[in-house]
Ligand binder design. Structure first.
Ligand code: NAP
Length: 465
């Protein structure tokens, strides 16, 4: 967003960030094995090229370093204020400004506000009785403590989503015993990660078009995956590949049966891993598919009566996307609260703007996450769109940009009409859907179609006064 505002020549902006440093999800998710499932040359902002990615799939530390380098110029220009946590936003219709207050009581005013708070940000702790009683060390995958050493310890991991799948092989190497509690098996495809040799990094640095060609090819390759997700009957190849991967890596038929997913592939996020299945076959690792009844002082009690003694308990239990704004009061025109407007479900025009909340824009808002490609593509599309709107209003000497009710209704209608045909609506539980099974998270379509939609929306979906 900062880059897009620079492009407009807007000097007067400030980014506020509640943490002490930049990096977002890649600063917070520091569990062993954390890495991205989108290839590095695609998982980078288009204006922040990095020819020196060391691996096909970037690891957390390398992404974080890259992001912090990318943010450095704005930090140097004093455009980012850290340790500033948002408490409230209040629209002042007379002054046509947002009044912004931090939890420390500091006040700011802004003509436009862009929220870029991310969707997977509030850790989801499971509702299992007795968590407070556990006497050993416990943590969430997204809040990994620096001092957690598992060597020689009995470790339990609850959850088998993409975080757990990256975490388990690392813990299995050091723990004396690792107990993996699986409620639902996931579909896993081969990862085939590899190092990018130094000579190739030098070629990318010397020949930017080559790097761009690779980026384009990776984009097209991942985009073709959207067919699997949007039309599940076309998913036979992905399903067959996942089954082959399981058969070739897990020889024990009982373990294989426990690991076979039974919902449509893609309904939950597809994991990529070459070392998760082998880790589960290690003698110090046990997969447990029974239900957990309670957490006790020295371990976990299972519904079948067994007690598993543990020294460390890791919750790889995901996030609460609907809680991202909880504790933040947002009052729009006529003091309408966003929380009450969204009490049933979050509704927006194009995932970006809400009628009644002028000059407020969301990056990665509801229904703009992706299940198949780089989410940075969506974020950049949105940042350009918001900058385009602000630029248009400024050129016309106007100060209020507001999404129309029709645009909001059209977006929700388009999302809801397309969703039932997709793999995501296949009946599994995931953070993509709410309790009523409605999609609250994902864009339903190819990512390029979203960019085209935003182009049309620029002229059609807003009132600029
Ligand atoms: P997640 O996909 O939501 O998985 C949470 C896991 O915890 C699931 O296996 C879930 O079981 C289990 N769980 C939740 N509550 C439980 C309970 N009460 N008892 C037993 N098990 C419970 O979370 P995540 O793995 O952190 O991933 C979240 C998202 O982050 C992903 O979808 C992806 O978008 C992103 N991510 C990406 C990467 C990557 O790029 N490689 C890595 C990590 C995360 P059920 O399935 O039965 O609900």
């Amino acid at each position: 967003m900062a880059h897009a505002l620079d492009g407009l020549g807007i000097e007067h902006f400030l980014i506020v960030e509640k943490a002490a440093s930049a990096g977002g999800t890649w600063r917070d998710n520091r569990y062993p094995g954390a890495a991205c499932d989108v290839p590095s040359h695609l998982y980078s902002l288009s204006f922040a090229a990095n020819p020196n990615w060391s691996r096909l799939f970037p690891r957390q530390k390398e992404i974080l370093d890259h992001l912090q380098r990318t943010a450095a110029p704005w930090i140097a220009r004093d455009r980012i204020r850290f340790g500033w946590s948002l408490r409230s936003l209040r629209w002042d219709a007379d002054a046509r400004l947002w009044h912004i207050e931090s939890s420390g009581g500091e006040r700011l005013q802004a003509r436009h506000v862009v929220t870029a708070m991310g969707g997977l940000h509030v850790p989801g702790w499971p509702d299992i009785a007795g968590r407070d009683l556990f006497a050993g060390q416990q943590c969430h995958s997204a809040r990994w403590p620096d001092d957690l050493a598992v060597a020689g310890k009995r470790v339990g991991v609850i959850g088998t989503g993409t975080s757990a799948i990256q975490l388990v092989p690392e813990l299995a190497r050091d723990a004396a015993a690792l107990h993996v509690f699986q409620r639902t098996p996931v579909w896993i495809l081969p990862r085939r990660d590899r190092a990018i040799p130094r000579w190739l990094q030098r070629v990318f640095a010397a020949m930017p078009p080559l790097r761009l060609a690779l980026r384009g090819a990776l984009y097209v390759m991942l985009e073709s995956m959207s067919i699997t997700l949007l039309r599940p009957r076309m998913a036979f190849a992905a399903r067959a590949m996942a089954r082959r991967h399981l058969r070739s890596q897990v020889l024990d038929p009982r373990l294989r049966a426990q690991l076979q997913a039974h919902y449509p592939i893609g309904c939950k996020r597809i994991a990529l891993s070459d070392d998760y299945y082998p880790a589960l076959s290690r003698p110090n690792v046990q997969l447990d598919t029974a239900a957990i009844e309670a957490i006790e002082r020295d371990g976990v009690r299972m519904a079948d009566g067994r007690r598993i003694a543990l020294d460390v308990l890791v919750f790889a239990t995901g996030f609460r996307p609907l809680d991202v704004l909880s504790g933040i009061e947002i009052l729009g025109r006529d003091a309408e609260s966003l929380a009450s407007r969204w009490a049933d479900r979050p509704r927006t025009a194009n995932g970006i703007a809400v009628p009644g909340f002028p000059n407020l824009f969301f990056l990665l808002g509801p229904n703009t996450a992706l299940g198949h490609n780089s989410v940075l593509y969506m974020i950049e599309s949105q940042a350009r769109h918001v900058a385009g709107l602000i630029g248009r209003a400024r050129r016309a000497g106007k100060s209020c940009i507001e999404a129309t009710e029709a645009a909001e209704a059209r977006f929700i209608h388009d999302i809801d009409t397309a969703f039932p045909r997709t793999a995501w609506a296949g009946g599994c539980s995931s953070w993509y859907v709410d309790r009523q099974g409605r999609n609250i998270a994902l864009w339903v379509g190819p990512s390029w179609a979203y960019r085209l939609r935003l182009r049309r929306a620029l002229k059609r979906d807003y009132r600029i006064d």
